[in-house]
Design a protein around this ligand. Structure first.
Ligand SMILES: NC(=O)c1ccc[n+]([C@@H]2O[C@H](COP(=O)([O-])OP(=O)(O)OC[C@H]3O[C@@H](n4cnc5c(N)ncnc54)[C@H](O)[C@@H]3O)[C@@H](O)[C@H]2O)c1
Length: 330
């Protein structure tokens, strides 16, 4: 089994590579036996943008092959596919920060849409058995009450989420038109070790560690569904194994919190007073609430695993121990 992982030097992609390199295709919470026979050959492709870092893969060094390639570069992607002959392609590569997409969406359109098209064409050309695309809950837009399921309409509100939704629609067309065996996964907000400190949780922890205040957009009323990164990757591995080609799967934890409450929870865990919250000008077009129905993935046997309390503690502990990495990013 040969698996190409694009964006494997990023936050979630690297967790995927670490889990597969250590355990093969059997996530520990489901089945540890049969690991040897299940162990895939891993090929990581990453452009190493500001968000990519091979340090995330240090602990599995030697267990994967690496290509520094831009997914928009058709010739190079085809050359890697031709040489490595992958059975499965899992695409994590993307421009991922909403605020950056508001300043300039060019790289988002390029990587998230054009880059996905290059991968889709290569998957067709080299007759890949499965293409797993990591999308986002943000493609649905915001929901005041209730939950989005996989049939909910796509109503993205930021250039980032619009580029992710566009890729999802392109994939849909390749499934329908060419019979490409693709699966789309839509996770909710991830957090955990190794996340680049531009996203809310690492920004908050880093600010407190530096003796500063946690910046919270608007009045902090925006609700996000927080999913610990290793639990997300367990879900992706399960979908890779058991998901239906052509299917879409939401992956949300059910742990929903307003940003203000999350900031207070972080301060509580770090033994700091709530006055260390500073409200800053709201993000333009800021979605109020995300909330997923993940019963389809749960029916495959997935459970969100690590809860928010435990996950936050693990994350804070990790950043405290990894201050030099954190500081090197800012
Ligand atoms: N982090 C979250 O909370 C979250 C939630 C839902 C969905 N997602 C999706 O999951 C995927 C992974 O997210 P992440 O948080 O790990 O992102 P990340 O920003 O940490 O990593 C992205 C990786 O892609 C690489 N990359 C960017 N452009 C590339 C290109 N043109 N060619 C090759 N590599 C390129 C970067 O170097 C980096 O290693 C993304 O598709 C994102 O949209 C993320």
């Amino acid at each position: 089994m040969r698996i190409v992982v694009t964006g494997g030097a990023g936050f979630i992609g690297s967790e995927f590579v670490r889990q597969l390199a250590k355990r093969g295709l059997s996530p520990h919470s489901y089945n540890v036996s049969g690991l040897e026979g299940d162990c895939p050959r891993l090929i990581v492709i990453d452009k190493l943008t500001y968000a990519g870092d091979l340090k995330r893969l240090d602990e599995v060094k030697g267990k994967f092959k690496f290509y520094k390639v831009d997914i928009c570069d058709k010739n190079k992607i085809c050359a890697v596919f031709q040489k490595e002959k992958p059975d499965i392609v899992v695409n994590f590569s993307a421009e991922t920060h909403v605020d950056r997409s508001i300043v300039d969406s060019s790289s988002f359109i390029n990587t998230n849409i054009n880059g996905t098209k290059v991968l889709l064409d290569a998957c067709l050309k080299y007759q890949i058995n499965k293409f797993i695309h990591i999308s986002s809950d943000e493609v649905y837009g915001e929901i005041e009450k209730g939950v989005f399921n996989e049939d909910s309409p796509l109503q993205p509100n930021s250039p980032y989420s619009a580029s992710k939704a566009a890729a999802d629609l392109l994939i849909r067309s390749y499934i329908r038109t060419y019979g490409l065996p693709a699966i789309i996964v839509r996770p909710s907000n991830n957090y955990g070790p190794w996340q680049y400190p531009e996203k809310f949780i690492p920004v908050a922890i880093h600010s407190v560690l530096k003796g500063g205040k946690i910046p919270v957009y608007g009045r902090g009323l925006n609700v996000r569904e927080w999913l610990y990164v290793s639990s997300c990757v367990e879900g992706i591995i399960l979908i890779l194994k058991k998901g239906k080609p052509g299917g879409i799967y939401n992956l949300g934890s059910g742990f929903r919190k307003r940003n203000i409450d999350l900031a207070m929870a972080i301060l509580n865990k770090m033994d700091k007073p709530h006055r260390l919250i500073k409200f800053v000008r709201d993000r333009p077009g800021h979605d109020l609430r995300y909330s997923l129905d993940s019963s389809k993935a749960q029916r495959l046997g997935w459970k969100p695993g690590i809860g928010l309390n435990e996950g936050l503690q693990k994350t804070i502990d990790w950043y405290k121990e990894s201050l030099s990495w954190l500081n090197s990013k800012i």
